[in-house]
Design a protein around this ligand. Sequence first.
Ligand code: CS2
Length: 530
Amino acid sequence: RLSFATLASALDHSGPDHGALDLGAPSGTVAGPAVDPHAVTIGIVHLGVGAFHRAHQAVVTEDAAAATGETTWGILGVTQRSTTVLDQLAPQDGLYGVLTPGPDAPSLRIVGSVRDVAFPGTDTARILAAIAAPTTHVVSLTVTEKGYRTRPDGALDVTDPDVVVDQAAFRAEIDGTSGATVHDEHGHPAEVVPARSPIGLLVRGLALRYAESGAPVTVLSCDNIVRNGHVVQRLVTQFIEAVVTDDDSTGLRTWLASCVTFPCTVVDRIVPATTDAHRAAAQALTGVRDEALVVGEPFLQWVVEDRFAGPRPAWERAGATFTDDVTPFEQAKLRMLNGTHCLLAYLGALAGHRFVADAVADPDLAAAARELLLDDVVPTLVAPPGVDLAEYAESILRRFADPSTGHTTVQVAIDGSTKLPIRLLGTVADRLAAGSVPNGAARAVAAWIVFVARGTTFAGAPLVLDDPLAPVLRAAATGPDAGPDTGPDAGLVARMLALRQVFPATLAEHAGFRATVELHVTELLGRFDT
Ligand code: CS2
């Protein structure tokens, strides 16, 4: 297994190129941790230490530390859903590789910025203490769109069972906190109820921070969500509003308003799911098995609103862009890259293309992608400073076309009910308001509807529906008269557009948009072999 022992003797942390080392591997190179992980202390608590975080923020954080020599930006990574990541990282001292397959020789870098991992099911007290620790200056999140537990209108879903449990625990802690908080010998809170939702863990940690020190802190969402910083701030406020009454007078709200900031960010790197082939390629370079390996394309972008409550890593020294307004970057990325990703995912999966690279190599799908990008999305955007949107569109399609990443259409197709509103429906709303029906976006919506309704490729191969609303979607898709013998089910589009969890009424009731979606759905349904 990858560990300090297997690497320490081979890698020199002080090397000018960050320990870059040619292990004499066939054609790849291995770079060691850019700083000595043993010397690093925790400065960041990250909720959602999955593949994307480890291939994106954790890499930039390590490079920033290498540039400045700072050793206080270690990451405590929290894995929410299961202990898998814990089981992968703990035996490796938190070390893991980032494999960049690349068109020629794969390259691998071993990252050492994740210094500790925790799972709320067993480690909530430790996580709350880490969020409260004055040495922690950033609490960041990559919990995916569905992880925020919001209602269709964007408000916190206070009926979510996990949120309910966390709010009860929060209430109990407030009662405890208003008096003497029970601490163990390390000064950490003693027995606490395991946190069940990221927002619950975050608020409970912030409340403990306020109670113990009141030290400023920055909450940094790194998810593909419009105005992600504002969203988290709103959810924190709504979580507290549902529990704290005025006579609690904890002063928590005042502290949040004055000592906690929620900057917005835009993150970009294609991070395909790690396969055994990826692990084998990494093992060929290092000679050891890395169960925590992640994979990333060569491209990486991070745009961050420069509004921090306290210290932060010098991420700009590692390629991050700081700005006072991320909006142009965010809109361009979510609508152009992620919206087109969804179009190619659903059209590509239906056509039987396993990889995004195959989908974008399909001339019809490439044309559909360019129509969405250039005819529908670009007219709704203000170009980020210095960015030519037509060239940005082509750069996105070049990245999608890279076969070496192995990004699959079904991976991008996951969670469509939460992704469509963020990535496509803003474009639809803006184009309709401008008096134009966005044919490309309507085609993407139609492809998603058919993907949900039929559940197979045109040739009949099964397609998995992985979506938090799967039961609701299936029920809507299989209406009373639906089925193979009814042919194209005219009621299908109306029923799917009636799903308020996904489509605002204004879109569903727009005759031109609905008719265009119908046309594409009928055309797609006509392509099934049976
Ligand atoms: C993809 C994103 O899986 C998906 O939904 O569209 O993960 C995409 O690869 C990243 O946002 C790229 O930055």
